[in-house]
Structure formats: structure tokens, C-alpha cells
Design a protein around this ligand. Structure first.
Ligand SMILES: CC(=O)N[C@@H]1[C@@H](OP(=O)(O)OP(=O)(O)OC[C@H]2O[C@@H](n3ccc(=O)[nH]c3=O)[C@H](O)[C@@H]2O)O[C@H](CO)[C@@H](O)[C@@H]1O
Length: 369
């Protein structure tokens, strides 16, 4: 069986690396990896963390490129790889424009599409934008849907996807996180700011397109400075989106407790997260990772496609500085009320998702033969 795995961005590299390792374990499967290049440095970093070597790179990204041009270049260039590799399956993950364009290309070429992390929905096409619509489009063209949770499965059933085509696998991010923790001894780790044990550590990330307006960034900046002034150490690895870096750079020397960093490799980032007192993010993957690590979590969005993390005590705070400060202070005053033991949250699986995905693809192929 030939499987073509498509990877466009850092989170896809992280979430698909454990799947690629499980596929490579099986001699019956020939796995080929094609990068779209939607991210450049972040993607290279993400793959290197897991020792994955790609076979093809469409290299679609140019400075200030639009989503339309990313999509059109993938639609135009991926067929060349399909002709070369002749895969039985195209495997895509999540909700990026790369995954959407690759899934549509597979559909148009009559190649079966398997979707990892299928069925996440906020119900609002604008939030997150364009990811909610990307995942809905992939859901319509995919033949097999690996849902990370029961809730995601229910979303797909509501949209008319046949139950027989949905497998609840868990989320492969948990597999990646556990792998990263097991690799800590062999890697250079996060350079954490020196702090006394009384000083809380807040890990912050922000990059959703809808949050990159001047007014929202200003609100988040105000909240971060106020939290630093209250004696918290804040570590903020900044996503290299130019719309973000241009603004956040001015925070660089604004307070000695505010540490603005370049993106970290995955293993040090997970180590940092594991030491956090509080996580403040609009990232999808970090919501999942923080919940698994039992960390108090504030989500800088108005809705989430991950209701499971809200059940775990995470809160939606948007980007209003007062709302962030109020919620953060409540948690920092009584962190023990909000934290959980690491690994207690199992709604997204406990590290077996990649194995289940590889085994299911094999058994599906055997049944079809
Ligand atoms: C709308 C939405 O929620 N969509 C998500 C979106 O991804 P995201 O929001 O999760 O994206 P990011 O925040 O960029 O990446 C996060 C990963 O990066 C690691 N990290 C972070 C900082 C750092 O310095 N070093 C690192 O290693 C971190 O631990 C984590 O694993 O697309 C994915 C792909 O399709 C989807 O799965 C997913 O639904």
C-alpha cells in the first residue's frame, strides 16, 4: 500500500511525525512525504525534531503570499507528485490551506483521502479563519476520517458522514508530546529565565489570523506588561508571521520579566510548557498539550473547536486585556484549584492514536482486497 503524507506547517509536522514513524514500522506500507512549504523555517524545525526526511517539496511559499496563491500552486503542482508516486491514499492532517488543497487534489484525481484530526468544528465559518472552512471542505472530500474524540465524531455524523468511515483514534498530538518528553535527555532544552520558585511562569503564544489586528495585539500586550509588573515571568516564543513580529518586537525590552523569544524546537517547547504555572494561547495544539499536561489554560479566542479542554477547566478569554488579567489573576491566586495531574486528561487519547491510524489503514486495505 502506498501512502502520500502531505505536510505544510509546523503543527502538521508535529502531529504527523508519530504517524509517519508508525507507518514506517510496517513493511507492507510504502510511505512518501511531500512538503508543500506553506511554512519554511518552522516546518524544517518541526521535522528535524522527529528525524523525518521528506521526499518532495512543492516550496509554494513566497513573501506575503495569499491563501489563494498557496492553494492554486498546490492544485497545480501536486498532480506531478501523484503521477510519480501513484499513492493509494493521500494522508492530510488538520485544517491548513495545504491540507485542504491537497485533499481536493486527491479527490479530483480519484485518490482516496484520509483525514487525521477530522471533525473539529466551532460552527462559525469566520472562527477560526480560514481553518474552520478548510476542515469542513476536507470533511466533504475525505474517504476516511480519523476523529480525535467522540465529540468530533458526532460533528461528522451530523454532517452526514457515514459512521463506517469514521474512526475515533485520539489526537496524535498526545503521541508527539509523549515522544518529546522521552527525548528530553538527548536534546538542548529551553533556556528558562532565572526565577525564584515563588515566581509564576506564564507561557504565551499568539498567531491566529483574526487576532493579528492592531487593536487586539495592543490589548494582549497591555495584559502581558501588567502581568510582568505583578511579578510573573512571561515567556513568549513568537510565531514568525510578519504581521505579528513587527508589533511584538517592541515588547522586547519593555520589562525584565517579559521574555520574547524566537520559536522553540518542539522538545524544549514541551519542556517549557511542562514547567508553566499558566498557559495563555490561541493555538489549537497548545490547548491540547496544556490540557494533557494538566496546566491551567486561558484561550485567547471567543470559541474553541475543542470543548474537551473547557471541560478540563480551561477558559475562553478573548483578547480583552481586562478579561485576560482578571482570569489570569484568579488562577495565579489559587493555581492548585485549576491544575490537574499530568496525563489525567484522556479525552484525546493517551498516546496510541498513530498506532491506531496505521493499523486501521492496513486493515481497511486488507478488507478491500
Ligand atoms: C484552528 C486551529 O486550532 N488549528 C490548529 C492549527 O495549529 P496550531 O494553532 O496548533 O498551530 P501552532 O500554534 O503554530 O503550532 C502548535 C504546535 O507548535 C508547537 N510549538 C509552539 C511554539 C514553539 O515555539 N514551538 C513549538 O514547537 C506546540 O507545542 C504545538 O504542538 O493547525 C493544525 C494543523 O493542521 C491543526 O491541527 C490545529 O487544529
Amino acid at each position: 500500500m502506498r501512502i502520500l503524507v502531505i505536510i505544510g506547517t509546523r503543527p502538521e509536522a508535529i502531529k504527523l511525525s508519530p504517524v509517519i514513524h508508525r507507518l514506517n514500522d510496517r513493511s507492507e506500507i510504502n510511505t512518501c512525504i511531500c512538503l508543500t512549504g506553506q511554512h519554511r523555517e518552522l516546518l524544517v524545525q518541526g521535522l528535524a525534531d522527529f528525524h523525518i526526511t521528506p521526499h518532495h517539496n512543492l516550496d509554494v511559499m513566497h513573501d506575503r503570499q495569499s491563501l489563494n496563491s498557496i492553494s492554486s500552486r498546490i492544485l497545480a503542482d501536486l498532480p506531478r507528485i501523484l503521477d510519480l508516486e501513484r499513492p493509494d491514499w493521500i494522508l492530510v492532517q488538520g485544517d491548513t490551506t495545504s491540507a485542504m488543497a491537497a485533499a481536493v487534489t486527491g479527490f479530483q484525481h480519484g485518490i482516496k483521502v484520509a483525514h487525521v484530526e477530522a471533525g473539529l468544528r466551532t460552527g462559525d465559518p469566520e472562527q477560526p479563519w480560514p481553518e474552520e472552512m478548510n476542515r469542513r471542505i476536507i470533511g466533504q472530500v475525505a474517504n476516511l476520517h480519523f476523529a480525535p474524540s467522540q465529540t468530533a465524531r458526532d460533528n461528522l455524523l451530523r454532517e452526514g458522514i457515514p459512521a463506517a468511515n469514521i474512526v475515533v483514534s485520539g489526537n496524535t498530538v498526545i503521541d508527539a508530546l509523549l515522544l518529546a518528553r522521552s527525548m528530553e535527555h538527548s536534546q538542548a532544552l529551553a533556556n528558562l529565565p532565572p526565577r525564584s520558585c515563588q515566581q509564576p511562569l506564564i507561557v504565551c503564544t499568539l498567531h491566529r489570523r483574526e487576532n493579528l489586528t492592531r487593536s487586539r495585539l495592543l490589548q494582549v500586550e497591555q495584559a502581558l506588561v501588567a502581568l510582568a509588573e505583578r511579578g510573573n515571568q512571561i515567556v513568549f516564543p513568537v510565531h514568525p508571521n510578519p504581521a505579528l513580529t513587527a508589533t511584538i518586537r517592541r515588547l522586547q525590552n519593555s520589562h525584565p520579566h517579559l521574555h520574547i523569544l524566537r520559536p522553540l524546537s518542539y522538545v524544549p517547547f514541551i519542556q517549557l510548557l511542562a514547567q508553566a504555572t499558566l498557559v495563555l494561547t490561541d493555538s489549537g495544539g497548545i490547548q491540547e498539550e496544556a490540557a494533557f499536561l494538566g496546566k491551567p489554560l486561558l484561550v485567547m479566542r471567543r470559541c474553541t473547536e475543542r470543548p474537551e479542554v473547557l471541560n478540563e477547566g480551561a477558559m475562553l478569554v478573548g483578547t480583552d486585556s481586562h478579561a485576560i488579567l482578571k482570569a489570569a489573576q484568579t488562577i495565579l491566586d489559587t493555581p492548585d484549584r485549576f491544575g490537574r495531574p499530568a496525563g489525567a486528561f484522556t479525552d484525546l487519547g493517551a498516546g496510541q492514536a498513530s498506532h491506531k491510524i496505521a493499523e486501521y489503514l492496513l486493515s481497511h486495505q486488507a478488507a478491500a482486497a
